[in-house]
Design a protein around this ligand. Structure first.
Ligand code: GRF
Length: 202
């Protein structure tokens, strides 16, 4: 499955996906790494891995619609079948999201449906939850509201601040995202009628 990973910065989730995809039996191929920020550290890493990269600077476009049209064109030109958002910090227009419905996933650093949006670790600490984590979900027009593919949980420990909690969650993101992408690329998870259908264990 020809897969594009979209990033905006550090790109640590992208790097673990690239690593996972090196395995001969991994069902997804990372065919493109694209960033809306030309200076994103992850672009240099991907280029070093000989993966095609593209920077589409959103500041060069007058509005979200024209940026998303350029993004859509780049993905189609590269023959992309599956779009993976990994720390991609742009809100996508409903038209773009609909065009990629069932073929675009995101990782969000909370146990959805709790704590949508940004500052999820601060939100979790403020709420006083004892369990926190991360979710991989299909992307729908409403932010962080799409059907959930997979989740991983971590404890919230006494003395945690947002950074400590973020680091504990990130370890699980790096385990969860390659597994969830493999489920989707292999057809073991798919979207049907707005719900995620998981294959039964053999
Ligand atoms: C991750 O915590 C991801 O869940 C969130 O932004 C962070 C991106 O980190 N949406 P990285 O760029 O993958 O290192």
């Amino acid at each position: 499955t020809r897969t594009a990973v979209l990033i905006s910065g550090r790109g640590s989730n992208m790097t673990v996906l690239v690593e996972a995809a090196k395995a001969a039996d991994y069902p997804a191929e990372i065919a493109l790494v694209l960033s809306n920020r030309p200076e994103a550290a992850g672009l240099a890493y991907a280029a070093g891995q000989r993966i095609p990269t593209l920077a589409l600077d959103h500041r060069a476009y007058p509005d979200r619609g024209s940026f998303d049209a350029a993004l859509d064109g780049a993905l189609r030109e590269a023959g992309i079948e599956l779009v993976v958002l990994a720390g991609f910090m742009r809100i996508l227009t409903p038209g773009f999201v609909e065009a990629w419905a069932g073929r675009m996933i995101n990782i969000h650093p909370s146990l959805l449906p709790l704590f949508r949006g940004t500052h999820t670790h601060e939100q979790a600490l403020a709420a006083g939850v004892r369990v926190h984590g991360c979710s991989v979900h299909y992307v729908v027009p409403e932010l962080d509201a799409g059907p959930i593919v997979a989740q991983a949980a971590v404890p919230v420990l006494p003395g945690d601040d947002a950074d400590a909690l973020a680091a504990r969650v990130l370890v699980q993101e790096h385990r969860l995202y390659p597994a969830a992408l493999a489920m989707i690329a292999s057809g073991r998870a798919r979207l049907e009628g707005g719900r995620v259908i998981l294959a039964e264990a053999a």
